[in-house]
Design a binder for this molecule. Structure first.
Ligand code: FE
Length: 246
């Protein structure tokens, strides 16, 4: 038997993985990056075959891996993790530099960065595991690195469906309606007013009226209905119509 909740106990960081081919850049946010060997220094990343970046790595045989810091503007995770380079230029709004291999290395909100040339790749079905030899490595700051757990709990975000670690909610035995009912009931009891959380169906971000969204100037105690009509999900920029009451 497989208890899917056990997978949520695996720990990771969160990274921006990038590449370039034929003068075009591609990058995405992912959690499956890790050091494989010390001598030579190698790092592996597991990339979904549907990711735009994956074909860039396959063709160029190069990738960079930047380690995100704990305190960040989550928009960078939204842009790199929940949008496709087929639709937007992800590098337009974030600081990056060009590395020794001529590929982009994202530096914004990152504490360290590595540049690798692919020495091996393993077809894992939905994903390709690229193993890269490190050709350059740089510590960018002494800030604390972001962990995947902190990202889920503090920023209240889910894994995108393309992540190797994605677990469908039903496999975790989550019954959203029941959970929502309980939470709403608790809030009714404490505040005396019906307040509901709203979840973004694109990225899983939850708008909690009790908390508001201080990063966007929305004060605590603002019901979802009172958000401006041009409100956008702070993670993936989805408009209000993509939110569902829970
Ligand atoms: Fe969203």
């Amino acid at each position: 038997m497989i208890d899917y909740s056990s997978f949520t106990k695996l720990s990771y960081g969160l990274y921006i993985i990038a590449s370039e081919y034929n003068g075009q850049k591609a990058g995405y946010a992912g959690n499956t990056g890790f050091q494989v060997t010390a001598q030579p220094e190698t790092i592996a990343v597991s990339c979904n075959k549907d990711n735009y970046t994956t074909e860039f790595i396959q063709k160029s045989r190069k990738f960079s891996l930047s380690v995100l810091q704990k305190d960040l503007d989550v928009a960078i995770v939204g842009d790199f993790g929940f949008k496709s380079g087929r639709d937007i230029d992800k590098f337009k709004h974030y600081d990056y530099k060009t590395g020794e291999l001529g590929i982009p290395i994202v530096t914004e909100s990152c504490v360290a960065a590595f540049e690798c040339k692919v020495v091996n790749e393993v077809d894992c079905g939905t994903h390709i595991l690229f193993i890269g030899e490190v050709v350059s490595a740089e510590k960018l700051s002494d800030n604390e690195a972001l962990t995947y757990n902190y990202y889920h709990e503090h920023y209240k975000m889910r894994s995108p469906k393309n992540a190797p670690t994605y677990i469908p909610p039903e496999k975790l035995g989550e019954n959203k309606e029941e959970k929502g009912d309980v939470e709403t009931k608790e809030k009714l009891e404490t505040t005396g007013a019906p307040v509901s959380d709203y979840v973004c169906i694109i990225c899983g971000y939850t708008y909690d009226p009790e908390v508001g969204e201080p990063s966007m100037g929305i004060p605590p105690g603002t019901p979802f209905e009172d958000l401006p009509e041009d409100f956008l999900c702070p993670i993936c920029s989805a408009s209000k119509e993509y939110f569902r009451e829970v």
